[in-house]
Design a protein around this ligand. Structure first.
Ligand SMILES: C[S@@+](CC[C@H](N)C(=O)[O-])C[C@H]1O[C@@H](n2cnc3c(N)ncnc32)[C@H](O)[C@@H]1O
Length: 258
């Protein structure tokens, strides 16, 4: 077994994270560059160090989970959500159950809450937001953002829901209260269910084809009948019917009952 294969087995034992389900070329490149930067000659030496050094382990976990996010990421797609998908979903049910999976710093679930506040009272909104990374969830709960993360937020919502503090923007407590943040590993944890809308964007690209197929099935099971699955703008599903989905709009899939 190669040095890298042994490493991913040891990481799985130590952290529960199965790196073999992430695309190998990209992941290996990223981790090799980190390992070299830290001065370890091979993955075995790197793992021996990681085992005994919490800070080093946290840096490693930070690097393997890519946390880039922003509000209204690919804003054209969010417009479709706002103008077409949400009004349809809200016609049947005013209290939608929504899951933002792999939510990173919270930009995505907070975007959802602000958008929904235009249709229903925020006290009626309940969004589950999950990620594998504890530290990123802590940041998400704080809700403090740079100007750059907010560049696509419509001005009226920016004024209504953010307070500026020096160079940062703090999200309003009313929006925060609409979100429940929880740790969840898409590759190994049981999936919650009964959702009307699942948003999972810009994480599937890192997973192997087998891992993706398993996740599509699980998301399908997690949705209510006619529930909608919103994916990232490079992540369209090939043959969605294999997973009991039909295309509703570009990057939006609806659960079919069959
Ligand atoms: C690039 S961010 C995407 C954030 C947001 N969804 C967006 O589109 O802007 C990818 C997120 O996936 C999370 N992630 C990586 N592997 C995961 C896994 N196995 N289960 C859950 N989250 C995972 C990372 O921690 C990171 O926060």
């Amino acid at each position: 077994m190669s040095d890298y294969q042994t490493f991913i087995q040891s990481i799985k034992k130590k952290t529960g994270i199965d790196l073999s389900l992430y695309k190998e070329v990209q992941m290996k490149r990223r981790l090799t560059s980190l390992r070299d930067k830290k001065g370890y000659k091979d993955f075995d030496a790197y793992f021996q160090a990681l085992k005994n050094d919490q800070a080093l382990m946290e840096e490693f976990l930070d690097k393997m989970t890519i946390n880039v996010s922003e509000f209204y990421r690919n804003s054209g797609r969010w417009e479709v959500l706002e103008k077409k998908i949400l009004p349809d979903l809200l016609q049947n049910n005013r209290k939608l159950k929504i899951w933002s999976a792999a939510c990173s710093t919270g930009d995505e679930p907070y975007t959802l809450a602000m958008m929904l506040s235009q249709y229903v009272d925020l006290s009626q909104v309940s969004i589950l937001a999950t990620d594998i990374d504890d530290r990123i969830l802590d940041r998400a709960k704080q809700g403090i953002y740079s100007d750059r993360a907010l560049k696509e937020v419509p001005n009226n919502l920016k004024k209504k829901f953010f307070t500026q503090q020096d160079n940062a923007y703090v999200i309003d407590d009313k929006v925060k209260r609409a979100i429940t943040f929880k740790k969840h590993n898409l590759l190994s944890d049981p999936y919650p269910n009964n959702f009307d809308l699942i948003v999972c964007r810009n994480v599937m690209i890192y997973f192997t084809e087998e891992a993706k197929a398993a996740i599509y099935h699980k998301f399908n099971q997690s949705l209510n009948d006619d529930g909608v699955f919103f994916v990232g703008s490079t992540e369209q599903i090939f043959s969605p019917e294999k997973y009991n989905f039909k295309v509703l709009d570009t990057f939006f899939y609806q659960k079919t009952t069959s």
